[in-house]
Ligand binder design. Sequence first.
Ligand code: ADP
Ligand code: MG
Length: 360
Amino acid sequence: SASIEIARVSKVYDGGVRAVDAVAMDIRPGEFFSLLGPSGCGKTTTLRMIAGFDTPSTGEIRIDGADITHVPAHRRDMAMVFQNYALFPHRTVAENVAFGLRMRKIDKATIASKVKAALAMVELSGMEHRRPAQLSGGQQQRVALARAIVISPRVLLCDEPLGALDKKLRQQMQFELKQLQKSLGLTLVFVTHDQEEALAMSDRIAVMNAGRVEQIGTPVEIYDQPRTRFVADFIGDTNIFRGQRVTMDHSVGIAVGNGLVLALPAAAAIAGSEVVSVALRPEKIGVSPGSTPDVRSTGVSARGTVESTNFLGGAVLYRIVLDGGQRVLAQQPNSGAGPLHAPGHAVTLGWRPADLVILE
Ligand code: ADP
Ligand code: MG
């Protein structure tokens, strides 16, 4: 496995579309690294430049420290798995998997044993003589994976490889791909627009937006400490408040309108700006029944009315309108009784200042 350095890489297509804009990332050997972002943010373009199918307009790509920016794809020792699998329909499973080895002019006996081993790894032993049309979507995906790993690449690149699978199968494949990557010690760059998938699989994630990297971090960092409004919004549900910095009795808060003041975490007291945006995850907000005495001045609670409830199975999501007019999402674990607060009921919300995340 290899390290990959992407050093201020930009890609401007003919016609002037800046698909990738000064992207920088250091991917470590053996890392499961995801590029996550909405459609059109430049994920595929970034992956294709790593693979060598596209050339950066500016910037450098290095593998284990060596500049490969202009090395052709077939000499990069990488393999790529595509969303549509790109299998050869008229060839058998074994022939599909053998393709990369044939191109490398490896002898027949070695090819046969490597193909067998790769198919065993993706649990497709016995399927050698089938054709792609005789396989399920999940099995076709495994063939594509076997075809990629059979050449023992230094780097495996996957562009939304599980996008076409239904949810159950997708979760199973997520688990298996991760196991395979770890057992082979492969450096894997994984493209997805699905935040749950990225959180579940990755060692680290680069969140992309409009050609740029917004944040790079572990799944926990990306979820718990989003740096920007885009990241906070894109990864899971979140409440975002924006307001003017104010001094409170013993701390600093932000006034978010109509008398509602939120106490800021202690570390924020020293930060500079006058206007502050914060994110607060729905599951960090407690919901209790009734309208308790007004304790807004402490900055850690607010009164409101339930607008709607959403039963999610393991949890209940409440949409609540605060007395100040702000709409808030709060999520509670399902206690076994479903929603405890019905639409129209008065509730009091509570949270800890430490759970407010200051955004840039
Ligand atoms: P993603 O994979 O995140 O959906 P892409 O990397 O495919 O994003 O595309 C990024 C941007 O570059 C989009 O605006 C897309 O329309 C544009 N783009 C992609 N490929 C080309 C191309 N060959 N020529 C011109 N523009 C392109
Ligand atoms: Mg894409």
